[in-house]
Design a protein around this ligand. Sequence first.
Ligand SMILES: Nc1ncnc2c1ncn2[C@@H]1O[C@H](COP(=O)(O)OP(=O)(O)O)[C@@H](O)[C@H]1O
Ligand SMILES: [Mg+2]
Length: 367
Amino acid sequence: MANIGQYLLKEVFTPAKPARVSFINRNKINKRVVRALETPGMQIVVYGHTGSGKTTLLENKLYEVYDKHIRTNCMIGSTFEQIILDAFEQLAEFYVDEVINNKKTKISSSLKINYLAIKASLGVGIEEVKGVKQKRILPPQLSPQNLGRLMGAAGYCWVLEDFHKVNEEDKIKLSQLMKVFMDMSDEYSDLKIIALGAVNTAREVVKSDGEMRRRLSEIKVPLMHDSEIKEILTKGENSLNVIFGTELKEKIAHYCNGLPAIAHKLAYLMCDGAAIRETLHKSQSYDFTESDLVLAVQEYIEEESDTIKHVFDNALTHNKGENTIRALFYTGQDCGNIDELFGYCKEFNIRIQKKPFRSYSRRAIFV
Ligand SMILES: Nc1ncnc2c1ncn2[C@@H]1O[C@H](COP(=O)(O)OP(=O)(O)O)[C@@H](O)[C@H]1O
Ligand SMILES: [Mg+2]
């Protein structure tokens, strides 16, 4: 296939960023997301394993429906008040800088006054006392209804990233905020919160209010199939004019265990190792060999040893140990042997019991 353009390696393989050039459409899920985005009043929870592709999916699909959106990154300990303030501050783009989108060409002057009044009531303090910002009490004018009005009239939707990191009490308040937004959808049909979070987030949101169930779209983003991982690699091949080939693509997919970030990282390291930093010229295609992959895996393990230890711990506690272990090893065989595994565990201070590991066929237990 002919090259479709000239790209940098870092634009094609993006282990730590949402993919664009190598973005693959996961048809069923993507359609569900777009449909939910288009349904007035429908609030959305997108959930799934970390790294399954939630953020990437939204990044690539949101623009089909919304011109503008607000994005709030929730962190461990983020409070409801901080989250509200973050959204409010981002709306300054519309109400203060008067950046307008295609759909909404007018800024209501009464809402602008409303916005500025709230801003003034927040005072100069915000920047000055950053350290204690979390203690801040919201001014009464910054009620959920008022935020909804300001956001709705601006035609923005609101993406809450990593919703699962918010603690229980604040999560309940956020789910109530979702309900307020639902109820305002007659007036502002675009008003919407899209919460992205790890598994179980959806249930946590709805459990506080059964009535919400009907107007909440819960969309699961599962880990990727091998065929999807291979599709990412094929997109990369076409974009950079390199060849991984069927066999190496199979192997990479096998090591990924459904996590596209690993495919991006291994492919990136393979290209980097072969000094490929951008799309190769038509006459210069590069055909990767097994040794390129071996080197990439070694580099990967060295770079990520701490992360791997963490993933390893997690995976084993969740009874999926055999897959992770396979990903940790690349010895030219289909899987590593048990002594190598124990060598690795010793090196990285991972304490495991030997017996349950036999043949990687059963679950593993930490001591
Ligand atoms: N549909 C996709 N096509 C190509 N790469 C993807 C796709 N979805 C995710 N990725 C890649 O997988 C990694 C993790 O994706 P991300 O969206 O951050 O996951 P999550 O938000 O679920 O934790 C990123 O490196 C991203 O580039
Ligand atoms: Mg994410």
